[in-house]
Design a protein around this ligand. Structure first.
Ligand code: BJW
Ligand code: ZN
Length: 252
């Protein structure tokens, strides 16, 4: 690890933003890379409210397959390293916001309440009629031509949808995120291409208010020029080294 990478100050809040790249080494496909999730799925068909309204079966087939695949993968060293950072410095000082809908941060050791899933969660479903959100590992569409999932409250019977933020919908936790960005002294982005807003704007917001900015990514992302420091490579290999250095330095 180059000695030039920044170390957060004691008792000084940091915002960490993660994207699909942090889960790539666990075997979850990213979105936009070759062979990614959208290579065979038009974005408008599976990641917009209009796509769901037009063809809910196609959308449920897409999410059913991803929910089932999630059961077969495990967190990698990058998830474990962030969990260790949070456990050591405290979740107030290490605000973790993820664009990912998988649960690998939690399974890697981050407390459930210490991870903000701004784009929703794959293991949760929401009733379109009563709004109830349920966490469930039950197969949602085991028979691709079978009945579409309906509310767990049979008296309601409304249609279920994935608890996912699609294009055109407002991400979760924006007020909390804005408050943390306004006061953080360091901003770290890991494994995100920097093309989807509002998340793609967090780097500029943090830098504008004086935070030191640090990026870990396989390839330079769209907004790479805004990073004060950038580490190119697989996060599962690069991130643990930085976290180790931080924890060793702060322990001194
Ligand atoms: C590695 C690695 C390894 C690989 N180690 N790295 C025109 C201009 C500006 C904005 C808009 C516009 N038109 C519309 C908009 C808004 C729109 C938007 O941003 N569109 C752009 C595409 C232009 N955004 C929205 O609609 C959002 N809502 C919104 O803006 O509401 C208005 C509002 C906001 C705030 C307050 C009030 C109102 C909603 C966005 C929802 C995004 N949802 C998705 C789908 C989730 C469902 C699902 O999972 O199926 O979320 S889109 C998809 O992209 C997913 C991801 O979370 C998101 C980001 O992708 P990510 O994580 O960056 O992945 P990739 O694949 O792009 O990149 C992976 C990176 O990892 C690469 O760089 C690799 O190199 C790297 N990598 N292996 C490290 N081992
Ligand atoms: Zn309901």
């Amino acid at each position: 690890m180059p000695p030039t990478l920044p170390i957060p100050l004691h008792n000084s809040p940091m915002v960490i933003l993660t994207g699909a790249g942090i889960s790539a080494e666990s075997g979850i496909k990213t979105f936009r890379e070759a062979g990614g999730l959208w290579e065979n799925h038009p974005i408008e068909a599976v990641a917009t409210p209009q796509g769901f309204a037009n063809n809910p079966r196609l959308v449920w087939q897409f999410y059913h397959a991803r929910r089932e695949q999630l059961k077969t993968v495990s967190p990698n060293p990058a998830h474990h390293a962030l969990a260790q950072l949070q456990q050591t410095l405290g979740p107030d000082d290490v605000f973790l916001v993820t664009q990912n809908v998988d649960d690998l941060h939690q399974r890697g050791g981050s407390a459930p309440q210490a991870v903000l899933h701004m784009h929703g969660e794959l293991r949760k479903v929401r009733c379109r009629r009563c709004g109830t959100v349920t966490e469930t590992d039950a197969p949602m569409l085991p028979d691709p031509e079978g009945p579409l999932p309906t509310c767990f409250d049979t008296a309601c019977g409304g249609a279920l949808r994935p608890h996912i933020v699609w294009f055109g919908e407002v991400p979760f936790g924006m007020d909390d995120i804005a408050a943390k960005l306004a006061t953080c002294s360091m901003f770290v982005a890991i494994g995100t291409s920097g093309v989807v807003y509002p998340a793609a704007g967090f780097l500029a917001a943090a830098k504008h208010q004086g935070a030191t900015t640090l990026g870990f990514n396989l390839e330079p992302p769209e907004n790479a020029e805004l990073f004060d420091y950038f580490v190119q490579g697989p996060a599962g290999q690069t991130l643990p080294d930085w976290v180790d250095t931080v924890l060793e330095t702060l322990a001194c």
